[in-house]
Design a protein around this ligand. Structure first.
Ligand code: SF4
Length: 421
């Protein structure tokens, strides 16, 4: 261990503070991107005004998303959307309206670059850590200051190294790996730490897999979940027409990690989080027969094109159980268009799915797909807290898109390896 060696978090935050930082230091850092969504945006705007700011520092990198209840299901939310639209117009901030999709997916596709600091009024802002950005969620007041000054303050987190090794089995996906990790370290296991992923398995994790893993870092309490910026990062940015912002970022040799966790990915099986906490995990092979009423495939965790391809691969030319409602929500407009082009949407509709417009969909329970009392949903989202999908008397299980699709066929939680044989 060398005293000058830095973790990825220390590197990015030092660069944005203009001085050398180590874990535990408190610093004011420049912010590259700031965002709020339609749930948190109205309070953020109120706070900006309350603090007496009449403009925002960098409109070209300040983004408001209308994705959580898009389109608006009721008058009060329509008023919130109106407030956001008007504020964006007045200040020149970017508005991502109801046609675009989930904030974290759009940020990944269009805005975030390796080495950025991104702060957002949404807990799953950490998704962009997959692109090696120090990306983290904060409360509306902190975000209001971020919009106003393009700066924030924070304590540099200590880092936990997560070494992923071993070949991932057929039927096992990134979602299973992150559920497994959260089960191992618990929902508090990484509180205010940066999870930093490394190891030979990274070569087999595409960017879309990495987004799923970083997205759920906060479910272990982490401040962010970082991947190094490598060849996969470059390929992804190339595919998005943004390769000019690529830069390679790795931790220094000898950087200090508070803890190291080893995960043999060849031993990870299809996993499920059971109600009502994400760390209440079990392998699908060990779970009792759980009858399901609804399946949701989508969200910022697993609504990307690779997820829809996996689901369609399982469901094509088959019919879902007559006892199940299958909801598909592409994470963004681009994902939706691509899925239409590939015939995926047609295959899913023919299997019995209802396809909703890109956005958060039923994930947060403010509109679309609310569950009835006693009903069970298997979802590819990231949270299964009581009441999360609009009903505290319902039950939410979390899984990969493959497990979700296999389960939609049978009507109970099913190991996708049975279908993929
Ligand atoms: Fe939050 Fe769900 Fe929307 Fe993701 S999809 S931003 S978890 S509400």
């Amino acid at each position: 261990m060398s005293k000058d060696s830095k973790t990825i978090a220390e590197k990015i935050l030092s660069e944005h503070a203009g001085r050398d930082l180590k874990a535990g230091d408190i610093a004011v850092v420049d912010v590259d991107l700031v965002m709020a969504q339609d749930g948190t945006g109205p309070l953020t705007i109120t706070q900006i005004k309350k603090m007496g700011f009449n403009k925002i520092a960098k409109p070209q990198s300040s983004i408001f998303f209308i994705d959580h209840a898009a389109p608006s299901p009721r008058k009060e939310l329509s008023d919130s959307h109106k407030l956001i639209r008007e504020f964006a117009r007045e200040t020149g901030a970017i508005l991502s309206d109801i046609n675009n999709g989930v904030c974290h997916q759009i940020l990944a596709e269009k805005y975030v670059c390796p080495g950025n600091v991104l702060i957002g009024a949404d807990s799953h802002t950490c998704t962009a850590g997959a692109l090696c950005a120090f990306a983290t969620g904060m409360g509306s007041t902190d975000i209001a200051v971020g919009f106003a000054l393009a700066k924030t303050w924070m304590m540099v987190p200590h880092s936990i190294k997560v070494n992923l090794f071993g070949r991932i089995q057929k039927g096992v996906f990134a979602k299973d790996i992150i559920i497994y990790l959260i089960g191992k370290i618990t929902a508090e296991g990484a509180t205010y730490k940066a999870l930093e992923f490394c190891g030979e398995t990274l070569d087999f994790l595409e960017m879309e897999d990495r987004f799923t893993i970083s997205n759920m870092a906060v479910e272990a309490g982490a401040k962010t979940g970082l991947f190094p910026s490598d060849e996969k990062t470059k390929q992804y940015l190339e595919s998005q027409g943004r390769v000019n912002c690529f830069k390679e970022i790795f931790p220094d040799q000898g950087a200090f990690y508070e803890q190291s966790i080893e995960i043999d990915c060849s031993k990870v099986e299809p996993m499920v989080s059971q109600p009502h906490t994400v760390d209440n995990v079990i392998t699908v092979s060990k779970i009792d027969k759980v009858k399901i009423d609804q399946v949701l495939i989508g969200t910022c965790t697993n609504g990307r094109i690779s997820d829809l391809r996996i689901a369609a691969g399982i469901l094509k030319n088959k019919k879902i159980s007559k006892n199940v409602r299958l909801l598909i929500v592409p994470a963004s407009k681009d994902v939706y268009i691509q899925a239409v082009k590939e015939g995926i949407i047609e295959d899913l509709i023919n299997s019995g799915a209802a396809v909703l417009n890109p956005g958060c969909g039923p994930c947060v329970g403010v509109h679309q797909g609310a569950l009835a009392d006693g009903e069970v949903c298997l979802s590819t989202q990231n949270r299964n807290f009581k009441g999360r999908m609009g009903n505290p008397n319902a039950f939410i299980y979390l899984s990969s898109p493959a497990t979700a699709a296999a389960s939609a066929l049978t009507g109970y939680i099913t190991d996708p390896r049975e279908v993929l044989k």
